[in-house]
Design a protein around this ligand. Structure first.
Ligand SMILES: N[C@@H](CCC(=O)N[C@@H](CS)C(=O)NCC(=O)O)C(=O)O
Length: 435
């Protein structure tokens, strides 16, 4: 039985496919959609996430055994049981047919029609009218197919129903008003049957069909625009979602691309802007980036350490010694290394304001972890953000006097990964540097 975590932003219909499938199959699925576990636009851009999911897109699945998977349909398939996937080769192929139909035929016109009503895309009459026609066509196909059937494939709910119904969620909620859906009664009957199954309900909640077709919301659209322009996350966005061919065609005809947001950008825009936790501190002359560049590219003892002491600003920054509180729990060396790397990954947003070298001393079942940290400000930084609070309480922290010989020696030893490490009493084993 699959067990793992689904990374997504809240209320993502693509993630719903996997979540509903898991409800049917009994797969144990944790959903990470809010901080501190996952913050869309941030966590999915960290090296750790990109290492597992190179597109940086969600939903993304990581099994408790480390197995990683992206693409919502693949994740939903993986989390399904045999009955959902189709129990004969024919049924399995039909499931795939409807899953592909949802993606290729349903989602593009549905998005072109619905997005302007949500204020996340500029309205274009011609594009909307064309999208409505395309939606009518796919509704006709579905209506015909469901004339003699309760579900899309076989006699039970399958991944076909899950995929198509989740792809239609926004249509039914926003624009398919009674008169528009009236010619397609089989589709609405089927849709209601699906979303009222307990396994769907557990994920989607109550689905209320739209009473009145939503129209372009210019106010919402205008509200979204400034946010988008000032959004740092937008600038930092490493991967632009390639528009599906049909959407691309629409965009060219409709409006200049920079006026539009796709649903991911809309989800990003909806994320609360995080404040700079160091905004209250006076400017500092110390250039952390330069110090890190020296450390990465030049000799540690002859260049990086002297440069650090020449430029270090004692008022603006502080130096700390950290020591893991529970060394008796450190068994396998590789697990301890993961503990350190995991902490650094979770602190990724701190990288402009902190620098650390953390070392593992000893061997399996006899080790300890300690390190030297340089932080912006004079206080421990971790309480400043919820995202940073997962690991730091497992360490004892001691502020060092930057003028003391102790501090100078420790910094030199931890940066160069060599020396006596008098306070440790164990040979150095492995190091990790947070840059
Ligand atoms: N075909 C993919 C689409 C995934 C996708 O486009 N995800 C968007 C959210 S709507 C995303 O994570 N975008 C992040 C980014 O582009 O940086 C699937 O079905 O999983």
């Amino acid at each position: 039985m699959a067990a793992g975590t689904l990374f997504t932003y809240p209320d993502n219909w693509r993630a719903f496919k996997a979540q509903v499938a898991a409800q049917y199959s009994g797969a144990r699925l944790k959903v990470a959609s809010v901080a501190p576990a996952f913050t869309f636009g941030q966590t999915n851009r960290t090296p750790a996430f990109l290492n597992n999911f190179p597109l940086g897109k969600v939903p993304a699945y990581q099994g408790d055994d480390g197995f990683c998977l992206f693409e919502s349909n693949a994740i939903a398939h993986f989390l399904s049981n045999e009955s959902l996937r189709g129990t004969t080769p024919q049924a399995a192929a039909q499931v795939l047919q409807w899953v592909s139909f949802a993606d290729a035929e349903m989602v593009p016109p549905a998005s072109a029609w619905v997005f302007p009503t949500l204020g996340i895309m500029q309205f274009n009459k011609q594009a909307t009218e064309q999208a409505k026609e395309e939606v009518k066509k796919v509704l006709s196909v579905l209506n015909q197919h469901l004339n003699t059937r309760t579900f899309l494939v076989g006699e039970r709910v399958s991944l076909a129903d899950i995929s198509v119904a989740c792809s239609m969620l926004w249509l039914y909620k926003q624009v398919l008003e009674p008169s528009f859906r009236q010619p397609y009664p089989n589709v609405t009957r089927w849709f209601l049957t699906c979303v009222n199954q307990p396994q769907f309900k557990a994920v989607l909640g109550e689905v209320k069909l739209c009473d009145k077709m939503a129209q372009f919301d210019s106010k919402k659209f205008a509200d979204m625009q400034p946010k988008k322009e000032t959004s740092q996350t937008k600038k930092e966005k490493p991967v632009k979602e390639p528009a599906k061919p049909q959407e691309k065609k629409e965009k060219k005809k409709a409006v200049p691309a920079e006026e539009e947001m796709d649903e991911c950008e809309a989800a990003l825009a909806a994320e609360p802007r995080s404040k700079d936790p160091f905004a209250h501190l006076p400017k500092s002359s110390f250039v952390m980036d330069e110090c890190k560049r020296k450390y990465s590219n030049e000799d540690t003892l002859t260049v990086a350490v002297p440069h650090f002491w020449e430029t270090f600003d004692q008022e603006g920054y502080s130096i700390w010694y950290s020591e893991y509180k529970y060394p008796e729990e450190l068994t396998q060396v590789f697990m301890s290394c993961n503990l350190i790397s995991g902490m650094f990954q979770r602190l990724d947003k701190l990288r402009k304001n902190a620098f650390a070298s953390v070392l593992l001393f000893g061997t399996n079942n006899d080790s300890c972890i300690s390190g030297i940290w340089v932080f912006r400000g004079q206080e421990l930084v971790f309480p400043l953000s919820e995202d940073w609070q997962i690991d730091y309480e497992s360490y004892n922290w001691r502020k060092l006097d930057p003028n003391s010989q102790e501090c100078k020696t420790m910094l030199k030893e931890y940066w160069s990964w060599e020396g006596e490490f008098k306070h440790v009493g164990k040979p150095f084993n492995q190091g990790r540097v947070f840059k």
